[in-house]
Unconditional design. Structure first.
Lengths: 266, 266
């Protein structure tokens, strides 16, 4: 930041905050936090406020540019809350489902039941928003105990766009395989919850067994897809809110990333 | 759409447009185009206006959910214009560059010159915005002739965030390889343009040669990365605005997708 700009900021903060009789230097970090001028943008200085910063953060998260991230940036917690509880999350989900269906319609389904679409479950078929609304929308550290209690309730609602896609794919003749990071111990409640939310007639529900313990999701899910391929299934499409649902080996011909700015699973 | 909602729309349009004495039925499609109620969202109806639709479209494009797309949706042309000419594009680019640098700093660079970062050129190192501003921001069909004329000028400016990243990576000891879909016939003007924009000291500039003709970018770029690996280079990072810069085989350990809602290259 040039010294001229610094002086301007001082003047600006005096004008705005002077009426509150607060010391200027105490205010400065707040201004700079909420609307920093980023030198990286070069000659054409950009003002990055929280909304724009968080939108860019979301871009980096959803494209997997951010890689492993453990916490929503503090200044973006409210942004994430408004996103997931507002219409944008639903709208994004609808467009992803439309993309998925467009591709699915181009697939020549054989009718032998070997043409597969793989779905992840959490934040893909089922929404855990009722849980995350009570736990800071992902901003709190993940608490396995309380989350497992939520899972035991088997009351997670469907993501509406995914439920509709699910049924459309079945109408097109696809065989549906569910591949989740949930464990075998959660098989019964998971089935119960899926039925409760309106899902039915899946071919297989694959959960983490004892031999999958300790594997990162990307490897565990790749291995299970590989086994499906070895059984003669053709995996045309795959839907998941995590890149670890989609990348790795034995990848689907087309992968569909659903939005999820609340948490990241490697 | 329920008939009740339809009646409401009629009433609404009468109220708003009545003063202009236009027939209601002529106006309706316009209203429905700009703010449609999407049935896919389930019980909780969402109103998708152009801004929200285009933001969701951009999500699907940047995550590669949309797959091959040939045209910006008509209702999103202005959205794309405002995005690429406004601060959001710059802000997104900055965050991607920051992600890239964070990863780069975790790499143990050997000092033998074999630790590589691969950069695409167009819309990654260089911005063709001055060209696209005159050609509908990607909404017009791609015209190779006029684009090649623009390339011959060698005046494309740097994307500021990328230029900064480029220099930081070199300071960290990375060897920079440039891998572009431009052809060997454009080698001289491309080098000239890169220098003009502030780039220097790349190890290699790889362009499409005669044997690469007709290959899709994803295959061409994968093959070139594979050759680099066979020569003993370790490709740690790769930056590109197209998924075809990043996916395929011989992928970098980490890939960084830069924003580009103007066009898609398979």
């Amino acid at each position: 930041m040039g010294s001229g700009r610094f002086v301007l900021l001082l003047v600006f903060s005096s004008l705005i905050f002077g009426v509150f009789s607060q010391p200027v230097l105490k205010i400065l970090p707040e201004i700079r936090k909420s609307a920093r001028v980023d030198p990286i943008a070069g000659d054409r200085k950009i003002r990055v406020d929280d909304g724009m910063f968080c939108d860019s953060w979301r871009f980096s998260v959803e494209t997997n540019d951010a890689g492993l991230w453990k916490q929503i940036p503090e200044r973006c917690v409210n942004f994430v809350k408004e996103y997931v509880t507002g219409d944008r999350y639903a709208s994004d989900s609808v467009v992803v489902a439309e993309d998925s269906l467009s591709f699915a319609k181009t697939v020549k389904v054989s009718g032998h039941g070997k043409d597969v679409w793989v779905f992840d479950i959490d934040e893909t078929l089922l929404s855990n928003l009722p849980y995350y609304e009570l736990h800071g929308f992902g901003s709190e550290e993940f608490d396995e105990k309380s989350f497992d209690e939520w899972v035991e309730l088997a009351e997670a609602p469907a993501l509406p766009a995914s439920l509709r896609l699910y049924k459309q794919l079945q109408q097109l003749g696809f065989t549906v395989v569910l591949l989740t990071g949930r464990t075998e111990a959660q098989r019964n409640v998971t089935e119960k919850n899926l039925l409760f939310a309106g899902y039915s007639n899946w071919e297989r529900l694959i959960l983490r067994g004892p031999s999958d313990e300790g594997k990162i999701a990307l490897v565990y899910k790749s291995e299970k897809r590989m086994q499906l391929e070895e059984e003669g299934y053709r995996i045309h499409g795959s839907s998941g809110d995590q890149w670890s649902d989609l990348l790795g080996f034995a990848m689907a011909k087309r992968s569909f990333k659903l939005p999820n700015p609340m948490y990241y699973i490697a």
